[in-house]
Design a protein. Structure first.
Length: 473
């Protein structure tokens, strides 16, 4: 009897260092599958006493996923394999495909969020009813859970103790090589659905951005090579990572990491090669620190489950959150009247991307100045970000809001941060051109009295909104 396997691609859209694919490739025949689940694109709801609805995925990430799936199909075709693409609920689609092609086992990667775990369990239950084995593998972090020096249930809830223990006692596994794939059963490959299938339009290109993100494993490898080797920017990463404008102030690998086009172990291996061949310094180490931060949030979700996404967070803190629909809508639109915040939100809306520094500041303003439910901001990021990852996104938002992995006051002084990281106002005028007539000294404080004739054409409240809250000096 022919041993036929099905590998279900999810957020692991790559050939290299893909444990589920490697294991499935041991079968006599292999059917690779990707399922576009409409539930991942549509409306969702946060429950509880402060419930609200939001759209899960916007055009930037949706387009990146489409590109990544198409690139994966092309690479599989080059390896004389296929990628069967279907649209629907994987709980229905996968058992039907398995039955139609006499599949004996299904292989997939597992993810820690409650939502993803629920889908996995429903798929497993449906396959089990048909007598089909379901095999799950952990493969989206730098360190495998089996290599950690403590059980997930005992992982510290603050990052530094976790980092120190892991760095002293754990080893990063070597990336898995690209497997030799067996033959595939006859199957219709299916079409990659257009964005309007999910009620989305094509994302527009912004002339103000210096980098767009194209999905796919090769595009991710190209970006890794560009940043580390061609631009040779890794050696100064720690000094430039808080930048706001430009292509290479940070690695910008997150879209490919979070859709699994790149594995963090592949990035780790390339960093180590760079350290061996060029230089090892604080900056090369710091990129690995950031990868470990990403791991930390994945394991925190695995530890705390749905509590990680609750309004009081893992700290179970009671905070007097405010309900202010107008303020929330102005925050989303980049019309708060605080230039640095508005520039960040406009960049996010026009590009699907935002620097780490800007993310922290717009989040702090919503959660700590406006005191609006931090999950609403996180949900908006979920919709808009091209590099969205559930654990990292909600973990960082909870952290800033003071309900997550650091209970200290994380409120930022927006104006002080603006002066430090955008001293001449170049970032705010890039995304808020109406502020260009102002002198550099006023671009972060347009409410101050005009000095000189150059400011007469600018009228606060007409040219640019008045501030939502008073953070002025």
């Amino acid at each position: 009897m022919t041993d036929r396997a099905l590998v279900w691609f999810r957020r692991d859209l790559r050939i290299r260092d893909n444990r589920a694919l490697v294991e499935a490739a041991n079968a006599d025949e292999l059917l690779p599958v990707y399922v576009f689940d409409p539930a991942a694109y549509g409306e969702a709801e946060f429950g509880g006493s402060e419930s609200f609805e939001y759209q899960k995925m916007g055009p930037f990430r949706a387009q990146f996923v489409r590109e990544s799936v198409n690139a994966l199909r092309d690479e599989l075709n080059e390896l004389w394999s296929v990628l069967a693409v279907r649209t629907g609920d994987p709980v229905t689609v996968l058992p039907e495909l398995a039955a139609d092609h006499d599949i004996t086992a299904v292989y997939a990667h597992t993810y820690p969020t409650t939502e993803e775990q629920t889908v996995e369990q429903r798929v497993e239950d449906a396959l089990t009813k048909e007598g089909i084995d379901f095999n799950r593998y952990w493969g989206h972090t730098l360190y495998h859970p089996d290599e950690l020096p403590m059980p997930i249930a005992e992982i510290p809830d603050t990052y530094t103790p976790f980092r120190k223990q892991v760095e002293a006692n754990a080893v990063v596994r070597k990336p898995l090589k690209r497997p030799v794939l067996p033959e595939h059963p006859p199957v219709k490959q299916g079409k990659i659905p257009p964005l309007d299938t999910f009620g989305l339009s094509e994302p527009s290109d912004s002339h103000r951005t210096e980098m767009t993100f194209c999905g796919g494993e090769q595009a991710g490898l190209d970006r890794l090579d560009e940043y580390i080797w061609d631009a040779d920017k890794l050696k100064e990463y720690k000094e430039t990572r808080n930048g706001l404008i430009g292509r290479n102030y940070s690695s910008k690998l997150s879209p490919w990491l979070n859709q699994g086009c790149l594995s963090p172990r592949s990035v780790h291996m390339e960093v180590k090669r760079y350290e061996s061949e060029r230089v090892a310094n604080d900056s090369t180490y710091w990129l690995l620190v950031e990868l470990l931060w990403r791991d930390f949030f994945q394991f925190q979700v695995a530890k705390h489950g749905s509590q990680f996404f609750s309004l009081p967070g893992i700290r179970q803190r009671t905070i007097a959150w405010q309900e202010d629909t107008e303020a929330f809508e102005r925050w989303k639109a980049g019309e708060t009247g605080i230039p640095f915040v508005d520039a960040g939100m406009r960049e996010l809306n026009q590009t699907g991307y935002l620097s780490n520094r800007a993310r922290q500041l717009v989040a702090s303003f919503l959660a700590n100045d406006l005191r609006i439910d931090w999950r609403k901001g996180a949900a908006y990021f979920e919709r808009m970000l091209v590099d969205y990852d559930p654990a990292v996104n909600y973990g960082n938002w909870a952290y800033i809001a003071g309900v997550g992995n650091d209970s200290r006051d994380r409120k930022f002084d927006i104006l002080a941060q603006a002066d430090r990281y955008d001293p001449d106002g170049a970032y705010v005028t890039r995304w808020i051109p109406e502020l260009e007539p102002l002198s550099p000294e006023r671009r972060h404080r347009p409410w101050k009295s005009a000095e000189g004739n150059q400011d007469k054409q600018f009228v606060l409240g007409e040219t640019y909104p008045e501030p939502l809250v008073d953070i002025t000096e």
